[in-house]
Design a binder for this molecule. Structure first.
Ligand SMILES: CC(C)(COP(=O)(O)OP(=O)(O)OC[C@H]1O[C@@H](n2cnc3c(N)ncnc32)[C@H](O)[C@@H]1OP(=O)(O)O)[C@@H](O)C(=O)NCCC(=O)NCCS
Length: 301
């Protein structure tokens, strides 16, 4: 047996995975210490554990987004117990989870080992993902926009129509989180965005929001040129603001994880929203996520 030994995880590893997650500060709902999150990855992704010196010292997880050769492997988690950091365990799990030559991405933490590890694996760092939190009452829904409750199947079907990728299973899992609610956002009666809000406590907010390219792709938004680009940016911005303004959390506060170049970031900061954590989008191909349009789940994108 080599050390570390990397093997696929199963339900029997939930406690050991939670121990590693807690040792690395992951105590939130929908993180490695939350059995519902790991069970979703066991069912729809791949989870491995690293055994080192007779115990589970790390875990990692991926989720395939899309199908066929263009499918993207999203690294959802990679965590090693602090006393085993720097011993090659992270690298060994990555080698088991990621195939060189395939499209890959992750939201890297700012931990000193993370960026070098992913850079060596062929991914470059492109933009920060900002964890923005604030008061929903400080936001006004943009004129003409309405947000309605939807079903996970409905949000998944709209996203599939727009992107060709079926995320219904993820919308179902997000909808099952505390406060989970799939939504659509429309302007003048036309549905332009679909996603799911949810999460416990400080995690509550937009989990993932997909956009209709007919409204947010400058080439398809009608006007063309600079006016088309501006109109498309405004639609992407307003979809986020409309959904956030529609939320009704018990403490009045919500979260949105946005790429720093997203057009909703500036108005949120202007409304007093604050940036907490920051991750880095790392990828083999920067075209996999458009930072002016994507509203990704940090875990599952
Ligand atoms: C990030 C993490 C998963 C990496 O796992 P690990 O087992 O510590 O990492 P490894 O030992 O396999 O590899 C770390 C690499 O970074 C390199 N490295 C460390 N510090 C570095 C620095 N300042 N500059 C450049 N390279 C550095 C090491 O040399 C090593 O590469 P090498 O093996 O080719 O020499 C682990 O440290 C961890 O759990 N960190 C805390 C939680 C976290 O932030 N996870 C990342 C979520 S995206």
């Amino acid at each position: 047996m080599t050390d570390p030994r990397i093997r696929d995880a199963d339900d029997g590893d939930l406690d050991a995975i939670a121990r590693v997650a807690l040792a690395t500060g992951q105590d939130e709902e929908w993180s490695g210490s939350d059995p519902a999150y790991i069970r979703h990855l066991l069912a729809h992704g791949r989870v491995v554990v690293a055994e080192h010196a007779g115990e589970v010292a790390g875990f990692g997880a991926t989720r395939r987004i899309g199908s066929g050769p263009a499918a993207v492997t999203m690294l959802c988690d990679l965590f090693v117990s602090p006393r085993s950091h720097g011993a090659g365990i992270g690298q060994a799990m990555l080698a088991a989870l990621w195939q060189p030559g395939t499209p890959r991405m992750t939201f890297s933490s700012l931990h000193a080992h993370a960026l070098p590890l992913y850079t060596r694996a062929g991914l470059d760092a492109w933009w920060p993902l900002l964890y923005l939190t604030g008061d929903v009452a400080a936001l006004r829904s943009p004129a003409g926009w309405a947000v309605s409750a939807a079903t996970a199947a409905g949000a998944g079907a709209l996203e599939r129509d727009w992107t060709g990728i079926d995320r219904t299973a993820d919308h179902q899992a997000w909808a099952a989180r505390p406060g989970g609610q799939p939504v659509t956002a429309s302007r003048a009666g036309q549905v332009l965005a679909a996603g799911t809000a949810g999460g416990a406590d400080e995690e509550y907010g937009i989990v993932h929001l997909a956009l209709d390219p007919a409204g947010t792709d400058p080439g398809m938004a009608g006007a063309g040129g600079r006016d088309g680009a501006r109109a498309a940016d405004e639609t992407a911005r307003d979809a986020v603001l409309a959904v956030l303004a529609s939320l009704d959390p018990p403490d009045g506060r919500a979260r949105a994880c946005l790429p720093a170049p997203h057009p909703a970031v500036r108005p949120l900061l202007a409304a007093g929203w604050r940036c907490g954590d920051t991750d880095l989008f790392m990828t083999t191909d920067p075209a996999l996520l458009d930072p002016r349009r994507a509203v990704p789940s940090p875990a599952l994108a």
